[in-house]
Design a protein around this ligand. Structure first.
Ligand SMILES: N[C@@H](CS(=O)O)C(=O)O
Ligand SMILES: [Fe+2]
Length: 216
């Protein structure tokens, strides 16, 4: 009488993607942790396109981003760099129109201008290298007096750390302090206001703001 061999002895699984159960969505997923992160964000923000930032809990998105462990193999296909710019924004997903998920490559020694976030949530996770974030107090609306922006906080973030900013917290500037190596970070903006309506940059010495229209 023959006895059925266990499945594992009959199938060579060495080159197959490993399948396991997704703890969040309870379905089988292949071993694609970055894809899984994107799916978890999509699932949290929901499949419909009704947008209301007040209904989004940034701590939930921070937690989703925090439980992903960065590995360049997962996301290097998005990490396009342009040496002629300070940093390059690569769109990963539009989360059903509810957000922009963007992988930024920061050239060595380069950073963003001081900016607001167009009344949206911004969650940032470091994927590679270190990034310095300087947060500034946002001038009162209607305050046209000329004075330097006041620094609220400066922090150096390391791989896999996650941080959050909104216009309620302040303005910020992000900078790659490494003189040689690029740094990478993942940013989620929800709702995608800056891309749709524009945002403001600020002069550090005068606090004067300038509107930056959406870039198409
Ligand atoms: N919010 C900036 C990047 S950063 O400085 O956080 C942008 O999307 O261009
Ligand atoms: Fe920002």
């Amino acid at each position: 009488m023959s006895v059925a061999a266990p499945l594992s002895s009959m199938v060579n699984t060495a080159n197959q993607p490993h399948l396991h159960c997704c703890a969040t969505c309870k379905s089988a997923v292949s071993d694609d942790p970055f894809g899984h992160l994107v799916r978890d964000i999509r699932q949290y923000l929901g499949p419909s396109s009704g947008i209301d930032s007040a209904h989004v809990d940034p701590d939930q998105i921070k937690a989703i981003m925090a439980r992903y462990t960065s590995n360049p193999k997962h996301w290097e296909r998005y990490a396009r760099a342009d040496k002629s710019r300070g940093y390059t924004r690569n769109i990963v997903d539009n989360v059903n129109g509810k957000a922009n998920l963007i992988l930024i490559v920061w050239n060595p020694g380069k950073g963003s201008l001081i900016h607001d976030h167009a009344d949206a949530h911004c969650i940032m996770k470091i994927l590679k290298g270190n990034l310095t974030e300087t947060i500034y107090h946002k001038p009162e609306s209607g305050d046209t007096s000329v004075h330097p922006l006041e620094v609220k906080k400066e922090t150096v973030y390391h791989p896999d750390e996650v941080t959050y900013i909104s216009d309620q917290i302040g303005l910020h500037r992000v900078f790659n302090p490494d003189p040689v190596e690029p740094a990478m970070s993942l940013h989620l903006y929800t709702p995608p206001n800056a891309a749709e309506f524009g945002f403001h940059v600020y002069d550090e010495r005068t606090s004067k703001s300038s509107f930056v229209p959406p870039q198409y």
